[in-house]
Design a protein around this ligand. Structure first.
Ligand code: GLP
Length: 248
């Protein structure tokens, strides 16, 4: 695993967007896994800027988003489908059929997860997974637990995640209590992984990721087993690369 510490959030965003744009230039048909949350917003803004300047195209690529609330109407402003449209999909040339997100209003959630997993496999697999990280170390919506599931599945959100994510819904009562998420196995099957973290609230999760220990209590620690992971953080996280064996 490589650790890159950037001076600021803007620098982090520019760097990560540059990596994605370079991948798409080299392999226009790449399959990407993308996250939601506040952290990737700057990266998406930068990708939109690069696209408007003609420096990156999404026309041939395929995206699989990590997760979606359940149940939720995809057109609900708080759905991850709406988030991705607002922040990226509506501003670049991705084909609508290539922008995949689990369907939050599927009648049979387990069947939706099975189909999503199959679609990822049929696409030839993920070339690059960009991941955010929850304060408790969750990845996608793989929450801390005694056991984790490998494939896309239904998950019940923890109290800590409900609290961290409830603001746009107005209250915890008003938000969906479940989600559909790629499993750690699906995520770990990506050829390359970039994890982004910004700000002091991510210090716990980042420190655990760099700890040389793995535990399902902090799902992000499992990423240490992947052969090509880069963790890109800003200084505000409060973790320095000195003294770790991950420096680059
Ligand atoms: C949500 C998403 C995660 C994301 C996390 C952190 O729970 N399911 O994929 O990494 O939020 O979000 P933020 O970047 O806003 O801290």
């Amino acid at each position: 695993m490589n650790l890159i510490v950037k001076e600021s959030y803007d620098e982090l965003s520019r760097y990560v967007a540059g990596e994605i744009a370079a991948l798409l230039r080299g392999n226009p048909q790449a399959v990407l896994c993308l996250p939601t949350g506040n952290t990737p917003v700057g990266t998406y803004q930068e990708l939109v800027r690069l696209h408007k300047e003609g420096r990156v195209s999404f026309a041939q690529c395929t995206v699989f988003n990590l997760d979606e609330y359940y149940p939720i109407d995809p057109s609900d402003p708080n759905s991850y489908r709406s988030f991705m449209r607002k922040n990226l999909f509506d501003h670049v040339d991705i084909r609508p059929g290539s922008a995949n997100i689990p369907n939050g209003e599927a009648k049979d959630a387990d069947e939706e997860c099975r189909l999503y997993e199959q679609k990822i496999r049929n696409s030839g697999g993920i070339d690059l997974a960009l991941l955010g990280i929850g304060r408790n170390g969750h990845i996608g919506f793989n929450e801390p637990d005694r056991e984790l599931l490998l494939e896309t599945h239904v998950v019940t959100l923890t109290e800590s995640t409900l609290q961290a994510n409830c603001e746009p819904f107005g209250s915890i009562e008003a938000m969906p209590k479940q989600a559909l998420t790629m499993g750690l196995g699906t995520i770990m099957s990506a050829k390359r992984i970039i994890v982004i973290a910004s700000g002091a609230s991510k210090k716990f999760a980042v420190e655990k990721m760099l700890s040389s220990r793995i535990t399902t209590d902090v799902p992000a620690t499992l990423l240490q087993l992947h052969p090509d992971v880069t963790l890109v953080i800003d200084k505000a996280v409060g973790v320095s690369s000195e003294g770790t064996r991950w420096t680059r």
